[in-house]
Design a binder for this molecule. Sequence first.
Ligand SMILES: NC(=O)c1ccc[n+]([C@@H]2O[C@H](COP(=O)([O-])OP(=O)(O)OC[C@H]3O[C@@H](n4cnc5c(N)ncnc54)[C@H](OP(=O)(O)O)[C@@H]3O)[C@@H](O)[C@H]2O)c1
Length: 256
Amino acid sequence: MGMLQRLFDLSGQVALITGASRGFGLEFAKLFAEAGAVVVINGRHAETLQTAADVVRRHGAVETAAFDVADIPAGEAAIAAIEKTHGRLDILINNAGMNIRKPLDDYGVDDWRQVIEVDLTAAFALSRAASRGMVRRGYGRIINIGSVLSVKGRASIPAYTAAKHGLLGLTKSCAAELGAAGVTCNAIAPGYFETEINAELLARPDFVKFVNDRTPLRRWGKPEELAGAALFLASPAASYVNGHLLTVDGGMTTTF
Ligand SMILES: NC(=O)c1ccc[n+]([C@@H]2O[C@H](COP(=O)([O-])OP(=O)(O)OC[C@H]3O[C@@H](n4cnc5c(N)ncnc54)[C@H](OP(=O)(O)O)[C@@H]3O)[C@@H](O)[C@H]2O)c1
């Protein structure tokens, strides 16, 4: 195997990717499977996951784990099952996410709790569960999918902005605590991409134009344009990268 291949090779590794029934997660799964990992894809619906698994299988080894990431015991059980079957879990990508958009005055406490549970608390609980085995084995990679909203703010998405800022804090805390055991924790901050989470925004020509005008690359991202960043952070190429927020936003957050 040449140097280039060795840097991005995931052979023999097992990766759990949450929210991989579509969007970013599905793109990560395809690329990670092609890089040699056994990829366990998660989503809430077993049937949708099977369809996604059929796509990923064309690239390599794939398994499914259907659970709601807000169900903490279910996530812990899924990690225990992966470790029982494979004897390891090397990579965790906390990618599952959702958003509720409403003005602050209309934002219910239930709305707030739902977004925080799915976008932040789940990442904490899954990282905690996965890190135990990773620390024992002396190797692991945790990657949290944040957002440009991990570092910036926008109106009418208070819970999402708080959750994504929190995810960056979680990333830094885990990086500090787990590094000594050979486990890294990093985050990715995507800008605006054409996926289902943005369906509402993509249907608004004014918002599509706002993103185009606001982004130096003058366009939205395509989900497959994020996968290389995740592979980098999971691969031997990033062996000394820890606690980093990798922005993939066409330059949006560097300008104003
Ligand atoms: N697209 C963007 O522009 C953008 C920008 C910044 C950050 N992000 C972040 O990127 C991540 C992926 O989003 P995406 O753009 O790929 O959106 P997406 O196409 O809507 O995908 C979201 C994924 O999360 C899963 N999911 C949602 N709630 C879940 C739950 N409670 N338990 C388990 N799985 C759940 C969905 O699967 P099921 O519905 O089948 O359960 C789906 O696979 C999210 O964390 C999002 O905040 C996206």
